[in-house]
Design a protein around this ligand. Structure first.
Ligand SMILES: [Zn+2]
Length: 284
């Protein structure tokens, strides 16, 4: 989503809240489980912000307003409580909701946790274990860094061809189109393609450019003590239907084991990467 589109969507959401549309939907569906999926809680407009802006789900002040809304209208439960409901040991409360975060960014601790604590709301964070505590960027953050720092106004990019941009918005549009094209490649081709983007845009990523982007295990343990639940988001964040089955199995098992070893508790939840209906399969 581009920043201008994000602004339109946010103001549309505000309008819908003002018109009480969500209240009508909410009261008409008391037996539904609502799952709120967030990624980052950050201000994409702050000076020097140079990672993938569309991964920001809300700015802190918006997140705070949303949590106030959720607290007043929903019974927010944990994955553990949901599991007990699925086993038939408990009944799902009316207007049940789960608050989730994917990927494991540090702003979940610095920006989201104080707001969750203010409203006394539980949440689950799905961790991508290969990245925890490392300076290693997700590919979309590395690609965004190159687009935000390039001095070029045009380039010939594999997959999308010759392209040029004249302002922030057109550059953002081209970046998104390229990321969408890369996303569809098999994982090893995707990795090779991403290696090319820095040289193609004449950008060298300095060491430490992504320091403190991901939660550390120490921070995860501290958040666990504050009541946050943790689940798996795989080890390396591949789209599971685009890798061999055995590798997909390893991705899930290894990340689950790693989190269990670090927090000394069983992990019972998984959020598969990319979130689309074509990005997972059920094995009977
Ligand atoms: Zn993800």
């Amino acid at each position: 989503m581009s920043i201008s589109r994000a602004r339109v969507v946010l103001s549309l959401l505000d309008t819908l809240v003002g018109l009480k549309i969500f209240d009508v939907i909410h009261y008409a569906t008391p037996n539904f489980l609502t799952v709120l999926n967030y990624h980052r809680i950050e201000d994409p407009f702050k000076q020097g912000f140079d990672t993938f802006k569309p991964n920001i789900s809300a700015r802190p002040q918006e997140f705070s307003r949303q949590m106030e809304y959720v607290k007043a209208r929903f019974n927010v439960i944990t994955c553990e409580q949901l599991a007990a409901c699925l086993r038939g040991e408990k009944k799902l409360p009316p207007h049940a909701a789960i608050i989730t975060f994917d990927d494991g960014y540090t702003d979940n601790l610095t920006n989201a946790l104080p707001i969750l604590q203010k409203y006394n709301l539980p949440a689950v964070i799905f961790l991508t274990t290969d990245f925890m505590g490392s300076d290693l960027p997700f590919y979309w953050d590395a690609v965004a860094y190159c687009f935000y720092h390039t001095k070029k106004n045009d380039a010939f990019l594999p997959l999308t061809g010759e392209c040029s941009w004249h302002d922030e918005h057109s550059r953002e549009r081209i970046m998104l189109r390229w990321i969408e094209a890369v996303k569809k490649l098999p994982e090893d081709e995707k990795r090779a393609m991403i290696q090319q983007i820095g040289p193609l845009l004449d950008v060298e990523i300095p060491a430490g450019a992504f320091a403190n982007l991901h939660l550390t295990w120490e921070q995860v343990r501290a958040m666990r003590r504050s009541g946050i639940e943790f689940g798996s988001h795989t080890a390396a964040h591949p789209i599971l239907t685009r890798i061999p089955l055995e590798q997909a199995r390893r991705e899930i098992q290894e990340s689950k084991r790693k989190i269990e070893a670090e927090i000394a508790e069983p992990v019972i939840s998984l959020a598969y990467p990319n979130g689309g209906s074509a990005d997972f399969f059920l094995l009977m």
